[in-house]
Design a protein around this ligand. Structure first.
Ligand code: AMP
Ligand code: MG
Length: 327
């Protein structure tokens, strides 16, 4: 049975990586139903649990170290399962260390600024993970597929003239490089859903009363722009997968596999940072020992001076006896 851990995670996620500089044609290069030979029942559950545990462990260290931050970018078409992925994959981590930001149609205040302004306000602090549920990439996706969005951005003529998308790719790449240089890693996940699986999921929203609230006629109508979106996604992946912030195309037709793959990619980002708990200085250690003996001196009559230390020693003894017997 496969295991997800620091040694083999890079190999597991390699098929999802968009090689910087490569020219992507989404439907040709990435299969939305890929599952890396994993069987859902036997292996899938275990792998997700391992991924969630790995994230929880590394996130705690990231927060304690307080030096690096992580930006997770989630892009997808409707019904690919962004919300469910966030819910499952982050279910083990301390909520104090993670923020989720969803980006909708920009407000008039947001439209009054440069196009990266609203995203810059929601970047992670050091020690934090920030998840963008939709992101600055909408600026080269929905805005490109529906150019009336660009008209609303109040740009001067020269800024929306020919070459606007190439310029935006470059500006996004530069911005992400600036973040990485400052200690903020960027994990970009595109949840890749097939057209047929999207149709089935929309029908599910129509058919199941508890899911009716998710149904949106405009989401369903957006399917007529499917090919335009596929082209916009392919262009985005080709132009903005960089050495410092590569894209990962996550197969999304099987929700259970998508969650494992997403956990693995975010996990690998943290593994590469390899954050560690801070060590105390000699001076801090001296103070700590001083306080320890003061607390021990305050033990009431009959109580152990340091019951915690006694418990730790007892545990260690039990462990070494057991391993001697085991040999
Ligand atoms: P949802 O994520 O389903 O709540 O929908 C949010 C909507 O906001 C989607 O239809 C997006 O296409 C739209 N949206 C997000 N960012 C932008 C943007 N920068 N410009 C225009 N529309 C956007
Ligand atoms: Mg929607």
């Amino acid at each position: 049975m496969r295991k997800l851990h620091a040694e083999n995670i890079a190999e597991f996620i390699e098929p999802f990586r968009v090689k910087p500089g490569s020219k992507v044609v989404l439907e040709r290069d990435f299969d939305p139903a890929f599952k890396a030979g994993v069987a859902k029942k036997n292996e899938g559950k275990d792998l997700l649990r391992q991924g969630i545990e790995l994230l929880a462990d590394y996130q705690a260290r990231l927060a304690a170290q307080d030096t690096y931050g992580v930006l997770v970018v989630l892009q997808a078409l409707d019904a690919a399962g962004k919300d469910g992925t966030i819910r499952h994959v982050m279910s083990g981590v301390n909520p104090q260390g993670v923020r989720v930001h969803s980006f909708k149609v920009p407000s008039s205040e947001e439209l009054d600024h440069d196009f990266l302004w609203r995203y810059a306000q929601r970047l992670p602090a050091r020690g934090e993970i920030s998840i963008f549920n939709r992101s600055h990439y909408e600026e080269v996706l929905v805005v490109r597929v529906h150019p009336e969005n660009l008209d609303r951005q109040k740009l001067p003529n020269e800024a929306k003239a020919k070459g606007v998308w190439e310029r935006r790719y470059r500006e996004i790449n530069d911005w992400e490089r600036y973040l990485v240089d400052n200690g903020f890693r960027v994990a970009k996940l595109f949840l890749n859903l097939s057209k047929e699986e999207q149709r089935v999921r929309f029908l599910r929203r129509c058919d199941l009363p508890d899911h009716n609230w998710k149904f949106s006629a405009s989401d369903a109508r957006e399917r007529q722009y499917w090919d335009k979106y596929q082209t916009a996604f392919s262009e985005m992946l080709s132009n903005t997968s960089t050495e410092w912030a590569p894209w990962w195309v996550i197969p999304a037709d099987r929700k259970w596999f998508m969650r494992i793959a997403a956990a693995a990619v975010i996990g690998q980002t943290l593994i590469k940072i390899n954050p560690d708990y801070p060590r105390v200085s000699d001076e801090q250690r001296r103070q700590l020992l001083e306080v320890k003996s003061e607390l021990e001196a305050q033990a009431p009559k009959g109580a152990a001076p340091d019951p915690f230390e006694e418990r730790v020693l007892a545990k260690q003894n039990a462990h070494s006896t057991a391993s001697q017997h085991g040999d």
